[in-house]
Design a protein around this ligand. Structure first.
Ligand code: CAA
Length: 263
């Protein structure tokens, strides 16, 4: 791969968008490589992903403006679909994905971060949907996910004005869960990913599915989704081991990592 690197550390996979000369802007090749990378993740051995950008200046500075500059209406729609398909794959990926946002997260950069389950950022991070200044709408899910993430009023203000916000404001409006000094960001992301990885993987996957699928339907249907995924857990070794440890009241054992099953 030219623009994506993948590194496995225990149960955590780290995906880095690696096009620093263009501040990790998303052109078609980057999107295609990201798609392939996700297809190649070994889900029997990976319990959490971290997505970040190469360098210390930018996470992703948006979709590639050079590539978009000559698109026709049909090509523009196709380019939007290409990004949306990959981002949706990320959003519905069976395991949690943490965005470690290490700088600019503009346009498609803010949009890809919002496709992840959890967003944390460095103190130099800048967020925004500047598309209207370029004569386009956000096209990789921004008009939909920003409103769902920070609320309709704030999303409309950010999108209509195209104004960028700093990390502290992103934290205040709930766009990110936490802000770290730049040099501490990756360690914080790894620690979070590792904490998630130590929990029962089937239960964690079922939590993601329950939250994601439940948000698409009304509450009556949502709780049925939850019931089904809750019930599924009772067929797992992790449920027996996890509850058994608790009931044995063996402090030592309780603190031990349960040999969680993957499938
Ligand atoms: N597309 C293509 N190239 C980009 C890019 C982008 N989105 N963002 C930065 N680059 C390139 C620059 O062209 C420049 O390349 P050269 O060295 O070859 O000239 C290189 O990255 C470094 O950028 P700058 O010199 O501009 O760096 P800076 O520090 O002065 O500014 C910045 C940084 C404020 C992020 C500025 O680069 C910028 O405003 N980038 C564009 C941000 C943007 O508008 N993003 C939204 C794109 S539209 C979109 O994403 C649509 C969608 O929803 C699908």
């Amino acid at each position: 791969m030219e623009f994506i690197t993948f590194e496995q550390q225990d149960f955590v996979g780290i995906i880095t968008i690696n096009r620093p000369k263009a501040l990790n802007a998303l052109n078609s090749s980057v999107l295609e490589e990201l798609d392939k990378t996700l297809d190649q993740v070994d889900l029997s051995n990976t319990r959490c992903l971290i997505l970040t950008g190469a360098g210390d200046k930018s996470f992703v500075a948006g979709a590639d403006i050079g590539e978009m500059s000559t698109l026709t209406k049909a090509e523009g729609e196709a380019f939007g679909k290409k990004g949306n398909d990959v981002f949706r794959k990320l959003e519905t990926f069976p395991i949690p994905v943490i965005a470690a946002i290490n700088g600019f997260a503009l346009g498609g950069g803010c949009e890809i971060a919002m496709s992840c389950d959890i967003r944390i950022c460095s103190d130099n991070a800048i967020f925004g949907q500047p598309e209207v200044g370029l004569g386009i709408t956000p096209g990789f899910g921004g008009t939909q996910r920003l409103a769902r993430t920070v609320g309709v009023g704030m999303a409309k203000q950010m999108i209509y004005t195209g104004r960028n916000i700093k990390s502290d404001e992103a934290f205040r409006i709930g766009l990110v869960n936490a802000v770290y000094p730049q040099e501490e960001l990756m360690d914080a992301a790894k620690k979070l990913a590792s904490t998630i990885s130590m929990n029962a993987p089937i239960a964690v996957r079922n939590c993601k599915k329950a939250i994601n699928d439940g948000l698409q339907v009304d509450m009556d249907a949502a709780i049925v989704i939850e019931e089904k995924l809750f019930g599924d857990c009772f067929e797992t070794e992790d449920q027996k081991a996890g509850m058994g440890n608790f009931l044995e009241k063996d402090k030592e054992k309780k603190l031990k990592v349960v040999p969680f099953q993957n499938k």
